[in-house]
Design a protein around this ligand. Structure first.
Ligand SMILES: Cc1ncc(COP(=O)(O)O)c(C=O)c1O
Length: 472
């Protein structure tokens, strides 16, 4: 069995079939021939389906692939506008197949002969785009969540009194972050033992940006209660509404108190590729560390996240450990990926990103960011014009939050939740919802550059068809 399972001929047969299947799939989704974006069924029904499939034992794997495609959420469908995960470029998905088969695990140079140098090239490209100089460096890691945790560990190593890595924390450490930041910041701080009191949440203004005018007051209150603040985390952009914090103001504050500035640009950091929108991250080059997800705005299959440090030496502060079986010395070499990442074995992410650059150059990132951000602004105009719809805030990124708002409706939260639920059941569009100031809003993340204004008009039509418009 093993010989056959590994044989080149077996691979060739199945792989050709899979490529044909995926090509047909792409054609159907992109041309909107596939009626549903999301073939939603309840978790229990889905489990029952797969239990039944599993009970049949080994069988036709091509048939299994077909079922997986059929039952998945279709990110390449132009009416996919749900969570912030991109429809990956086919060329990058192909690199996924290539790297899946090669499986060079990366922790040490010898297991990442190609992916370690490519990781350096890709990191340096992003560092230049951010505006960092040649003293910077970066790494790739599996997702924004892990990258943010890694950055905060570096912040602790740089700013906490004593050597926490060696002796544990003697102080009550804390970070300051906008109340709208992604939950992974809160989670990271708790993992690091800061507890709830060590996560100082700064309220936001009407645009859902951190109230930088409150930073000083919150800092003084924290220090007065015995906390040692080590870092401020700015969002670029936030998750719910896509709001960009004022990075210059946060950087000024960090300079004043010698705090670490970390910027979570997991979603919106991709604007560094856009001449039109890079003003949104003015001041990013003053950060100590920046996170940018390639699998959000930059068309790479998940997961692939860059963590870029303004100073190379900071990237080695995080995990200084000896592992004799992996590397002989503890020197700061760039080519042994495992010295700087939480992961030991790691996906060959850089190959996927590099494949995009090889095929299209950086211009494709520019085009994608510009198109999606432009479209969000056009969509917001449509919503503004509609008397029964209310925009939460003018979009800064490609995330648009709005709600059905008709004074005749008794419970708008219930009405909007119902709209979202019915859209999910229908499956012709995929959008999500969020809660802002205690109110339920519909939330659209424009992730697919093939989405058009006509698709969005149809979405508004579908929404208004769910909630009957009261007659005058
Ligand atoms: C601002 C922000 N930070 C971090 C994350 C987490 O990133 P990941 O899903 O890559 O772990 C997200 C995810 O949506 C995000 O929007």
């Amino acid at each position: 069995m093993l010989n056959d399972a590994y044989s080149a001929d077996t691979f060739r047969t199945h792989a050709h079939q899979l490529v044909d299947l995926l090509s047909d799939y792409l054609q159907q989704t992109e041309n909107r021939q596939l009626e549903k974006v999301i073939p939603y069924q309840s978790p229990d029904d889905s489990l029952a389906y797969w239990n039944d499939d599993f009970a049949q034992g080994p069988g036709d794997v091509d048939d299994f692939f077909r079922k997986v495609i059929k039952q998945s959420t279709h990110l390449h469908h132009p009416r996919y506008m749900g969570h912030q995960v991109c429809p990956p470029l086919p060329i990058a998905a192909m690199a996924g197949l290539l790297t899946g088969l090669l499986n060079n695990g990366m922790a040490v140079y010898e297991m990442g002969l190609v992916s370690n140098p490519l990781e350096r090239i890709v990191s340096e490209l992003l560092a230049r785009r951010i505006g960092f100089d040649e003293k910077s460096s970066g790494l790739l890691t599996s997702g924004g969540t892990l990258a943010n945790l890694t950055a905060l560990l570096a912040a602790r190593a740089a700013k906490a009194p004593g050597d926490v890595w060696q002796h544990g924390s003697q102080e009550r450490l804390a970070v300051m972050v906008s109340a709208e930041a992604h939950y992974c910041i809160d989670r990271s701080a708790r993992i690091m033992g800061f507890g709830e009191g060590g996560i100082i949440k700064i309220p936001v203004n009407a645009q859902f940006q951190m109230r930088t005018d409150l930073l000083e007051q919150y800092y003084q209150q924290a220090t007065a209660t015995g906390l040692t603040v080590i870092a401020v985390i700015a969002s670029a952009s936030s998750t719910s509404t896509g709001a960009y914090d004022n990075l210059e103001a946060v950087a000024d504050f960090c300079d004043k108190h010698s705090l670490w500035l970390h910027i979570d640009g997991a979603h919106g950091g991709g604007v560094v590729f856009s001449d039109t929108y890079r003003h949104l991250v003015k001041g990013m080059d003053r950060a100590n560390s920046v996170v940018i997800d390639w699998h959000k705005m930059l068309m790479t299959p998940a997961l692939a996240t860059s963590l870029i440090f303004r100073r190379n030496e900071d990237s080695f502060r995080t995990f200084h450990q000896q592992a004799q079986y992996l590397w002989a010395s503890s020197s700061e070499d760039w080519f042994n990926s495992g010295k700087r990442t939480f992961e030991c074995t790691k996906l060959m992410m850089s190959v996927k990103i590099y494949a995009i650059l090889k095929a299209y150059g950086e211009a494709i990132f520019t085009e994608n960011v510009d198109r999606l951000y432009d479209l969000a602004r056009q969509f917001a105009d449509r919503i503004r014009q509609h008397p029964q719809l209310q925009l939460a805030v003018s979009p800064q990124s490609n995330i648009v939050c709005f709600r059905y708002s008709n004074s005749a409706s008794a419970d708008l939260n219930q009405a909007n939740s119902q709209i979202r639920q019915e859209l999910l059941q229908e499956g012709r569009f995929y959008i999500v919802q969020t809660t802002l100031h205690g109110e339920v809003y519909l939330r659209v993340s424009l992730m697919n550059p093939l989405t058009t204004l006509d698709d969005l008009d149809d979405l508004l039509g579908a929404i208004l068809a769910i909630v009957p418009v009261p007659r005058a």
